[in-house]
Each structure stands twice: as structure tokens, then as C-alpha cells.
Design a protein around this ligand. Structure first.
Ligand code: FAD
Length: 292
């Protein structure tokens, strides 16, 4: 199918993009990599009056390391992040997650900011952004602000971005160099969206878990931080019995809904199974002196 008619703008500055969005009063969409937006247009599920392409806006596709954050420009292609030495060194779980995002051709076009703004509840990047305590830096008609991942994702395909706001950058604290981490996912075919995915990050050693972070995608309307499991691991450690109990807790803590892809029970079951697998792999990495 062909998309409905729309005006096309490719501004050369972010301020201009913001003004254009304002001018269309909610009837324009930002175009990033187009890997989610264009299918929605082609299926005529969306009919915006205009597209505001960010392709020509300078400075939106850099990856930069500052003292306490990795800064990833919103227009950074997913593939560029996947092969970035800075991401490999400081955010290895993001590199692993990117391997699960679609296919090489979609990652070559799709952007980091686009995936986060799209807020698909099964998507890997929102999941890891939440697991890594990341935030987005946004610019809009009322100025600039940062939004923590936990405050950004609202519900299915919905964020707390205000009308006219554009994600300019994603900011993430670097991972502890000795952290164990893993992404586990179950999808019908390689490259499909996850039915359920889990991101796990653990710090400490076999005796004492100083910090655990566990997030599920596909198990609710937005990525879900499994805080009760994290607390259990931090209080009791990373032995097999605790991992078993935490994984059971993970399954109990989520409230997925049924859809044509999977029943709610199946998603809940997968949450427990994948949490156990992810924690198992993450804990094994803790024993490796240097990785990433
Ligand atoms: C075959 C196929 C398989 C896929 N599989 C997966 C998968 O397994 N996992 C996964 O996570 N994704 C998957 N995707 C989606 C892909 O990751 C998209 O790239 C991503 O969802 C959207 O990024 P984009 O840059 O293409 O954004 P676009 O499609 O251009 O935009 C998506 C939405 O975000 C908004 N937007 C974009 N950038 C910004 C910004 N900077 N600020 C504010 N709003 C913005 C747009 O207005 C639009 O509403 C798949 C896509 C395809 C075609």
C-alpha cells in the first residue's frame, strides 16, 4: 500500500524542526529511520499532515563519552551503536541487545532515538535504557529537559514526551567494568519483535550482590523494572536457590495482557524462564576478570 499524502520537510537545524512541529499543531511526525513510521503510514494506520525528517540536523548522530555518561545522539543508527567501540566498552549490554533488534538492514536505517520514542513494549532498546538507568535529553517548544527512562515510558507506544518535543540525545551512565550482564529473548523467528525479553545486570560476587538490575520487555504495556527481584538478589546473594526464587518472583510480578501473538500466561511463564537464563549467564560473567 502507498502512504497517504503528506508534506515533507528536512530542516537543517533542530530549532527549525521544533518550529515545524509547532506549526502543524500535533499533525506532523518526526521521521528518523522510518523503520516503524513508514510501515504505519503504508498501512494507513497514521495519516500525519507532514513529516519532519531529522536527517539533515547536524550533531544528532554522534556517540560521545563524558566523565559520567555515554551520550548517544538520537539519530545514531542502531548499527552504528552496535559496532561503536564506546558502546562495546561502556555499555556492553546495549551492544548485546542491539543484536536482537530486527535485521541488519533495519538496524542500518533505524535509529536509537526512534526506537525509544516509538516505545514498543516488546522493543529491546527501551528495555536496556531502563536497565541502565538512562535518560533522554529532549528539546521542545518550552525549552530543554531530561527525562529518566522510568518516567519516559508510559504505556503501549506512548511516552511522556510533550507535543513538539524531540529526543536529541540518550544519556547513559557507563556500566561497572566488572558487571555481569545478559539479554535473553524469545521470539517466533530471528529478527521478530520479542514475545518476552529480559535484560539482567549484576554486580558483586557469588557471596554478595551489590547491585542487581532486571527489566522485562513484552510483559506489560511498557518495559517493567523487576524491583522485587532486584531486592531479593541484593539481600540474599546470587546462589542458585535465590536465582530460582527471584525468577519465580519475576513471573509473579508482571501483568501482561493476551494478544494474538501470545497469551498472558505464556508471557508470564517466559518472564520467569528468561529471567533465570539471563541471571545465570550474567552471574557466570561476574567470574570472568575482564570482558566487554
Ligand atoms: C522487519 C522489521 C523488524 C523489526 N524488528 C524489531 C525488533 O526486533 N526490535 C525492535 O526494537 N524494533 C524492531 N523493529 C523496529 C525498528 O527498530 C525501528 O527502527 C524503530 O522502532 C524505530 O526507529 P526509527 O529510527 O526507524 O524511527 P521512525 O520509524 O522514523 O519513527 C518511529 C516513531 O518515533 C518518532 N520519533 C523518531 N525519532 C524521534 C525523536 N528523535 N524524537 C521524538 N520522536 C521521534 C517518530 O515520529 C515515530 O512516531 C523492526 C522493524 C522492521 C521493519
Amino acid at each position: 500500500m502507498k502512504p497517504p499524502k503528506f508534506a515533507y520537510h528536512a530542516p537543517a537545524a533542530l530549532e527549525e524542526a521544533i518550529q515545524l512541529l509547532e506549526r502543524y499543531q500535533g499533525n506532523a511526525r518526526v521521521l528518523a529511520g522510518g523503520q516503524s513510521l513508514v510501515p504505519l503510514l503504508n498501512f494507513r494506520l497514521l495519516a500525519p499532515e507532514a513529516l519532519v525528517d531529522l536527517r539533515k540536523v547536524p550533531g544528532l548522530a554522534d556517540i560521545r563519552v563524558s566523565q559520567d555518561r555515554i551520550h548517544i545522539g538520537a539519530m545514531t543508527r542502531q548499527r552504528a551503536a552496535e559496532v561503536s567501540p564506546a558502546v562495546r566498552q561502556h555499555l556492553p549490554i546495549m551492544k548485546e541487545a542491539l543484536g536482537w533488534v530486527g535485521h541488519l538492514p533495519t538496524r542500518t536505517r533505524g535509529t536509537i532515538g526512534g526506537s525509544i520514542a516509538h516505545a514498543d513494549p516488546s522493543a529491546e532498546l527501551p528495555m536496556v535504557l531502563l536497565a541502565l538507568d538512562g535518560e533522554v535529553f529532549v528539546r521542545g517548544p518550552s525549552g530543554a529537559r531530561t527525562i529518566a527512562a522510568d518516567d519516559l515510558f508510559d504505556s503501549v507506544f506512548t511516552t511522556t514526551l510533550a507535543p513538539g518535543e524531540i529526543i536529541a540525545e540518550v544519556r547513559i551512565p557507563p556500566m561497572d567494568a566488572h558487571a555481569g550482564f545478559a539479554v535473553e529473548e524469545y521470539a517466533r523467528r530471528k529478527g521478530d519483535f520479542a514475545i518476552v525479553a529480559i535484560a539482567a545486570i549484576v554486580e558483586g560476587n557469588a557471596e554478595r550482590c551489590t547491585r542487581a538490575r532486571l527489566v522485562a520487555a513484552g510483559a506489560g504495556g511498557r518495559p517493567v523494572r523487576l524491583r522485587a527481584c532486584e531486592e531479593m538478589l541484593q539481600q540474599r546473594g546470587l546462589d542458585a536457590q535465590t536465582v530460582e526464587a527471584a525468577s519465580r518472583k519475576a513471573a509473579e510480578s508482571v501483568t501482561p495482557t493476551a494478544d494474538p501473538v501470545a497469551s498472558a500466561d505464556f508471557r508470564r511463564h517466559l518472564t520467569g524462564v528468561l529471567a533465570k537464563r539471563a541471571l545465570g549467564r550474567a552471574i557466570k560473567l561476574l567470574e570472568v576478570p575482564s570482558h566487554g
